[in-house]
Write a protein that binds this ligand. Sequence first.
Ligand SMILES: [Zn+2]
Length: 277
Amino acid sequence: MNAAFVRDYFARALAADRLAHAYLLWGPAPEERDRVARDIALAFLCPEGPARGMAPCGACRPCRAVARGASPAFFELAANRAAIDIDAVRELIGALAIAHNGRRVVFAPRLERLTLPAAHAFLKTLEEPGGATLYLCTTGNLGALLPTIVSRCHRLPLYAAEAYPPPPENPDLERILADPARRDELDSDVLADYAPGEDRRERLRALCAHLAAHARRRTAALCGETPAAPTIFDALDLRGVLHMTERIVAAAADIDANIHPDLILECLLIRLRRGAA
Ligand SMILES: [Zn+2]
C-alpha cells in the first residue's frame, strides 16, 4: 500500500466507525512511515482530519494543544529516544489511567526500540480494553518484536514509492519468478544473467528490485488492493511476505554498501527456495 492508500483506509474506517484498537504500520522507509502514522494519529483527534485525507489541520484547538505538548489526548512513546524502556511504558500507563472524555491516541513509533521488560508491559496495555484509545505503532523490523505484540495489532504495510523503483522490464526473468515449477533455477548465477546491468553488482541489485516488486504485489493482493497476479511469494501470508521484504531490502542495502554481493544473494535465495516453494 502506498501512503495515500493507507490514509484513505483510515479515513474510511473512521467514517464507518470500524477502527481497530491497535495498528502496526510496517514499512522499510522509516521517515515516510513514521510521518504518515503521526499524521493519522493527529488527524484522529482533529475534527478536520478525516475530511483532509487524514492530515491534521494544525490550527484547531486539539491540533494546537498537541503542538504545544499540552494535549491530554495525544501520547508519544519515548519520542526521540534510542530505546523505549520500562519507565517510558510505565509513564504511559500512568497517563492513560487518568480519566478522559473522548478520543485518545498513543503514537508509538519504531516499536523495535522496546526493551524486553518494556515490551511485556506494553503488551499488557495493548490487551486492556481500549475504549476510545487508538494505538498507532510503527516498525521496520517485525522480527525484533514480541510475536504477541504483532498479533495484537492490525498490521498495515506501507511501501514508499521512492524506495521501490519499478524494476527494468525483463520478461524472461519474470517467467522464472512466477513459475513454481522453475524454483530449482533460483540460484544467483542463473538469475544474475537474466537481470540487466553492466557489472555483477548492478545485475544483482536489479534482481532485488524484481523480488521487491513481487513482494509488493503479493502484499497488495493480500490486502485486497489489486487483483492477484502470480508472484514467487504466492505461498506466503502477510507476515511471511513482510519478513521476506525486510530481507530483500536488507540484501539490496548490503549490496549498495559493497558487502560481497554473491554471498548476500545466496543467503536470500536459500530463503526464497525454502520459503516461497
Ligand atoms: Zn486540527
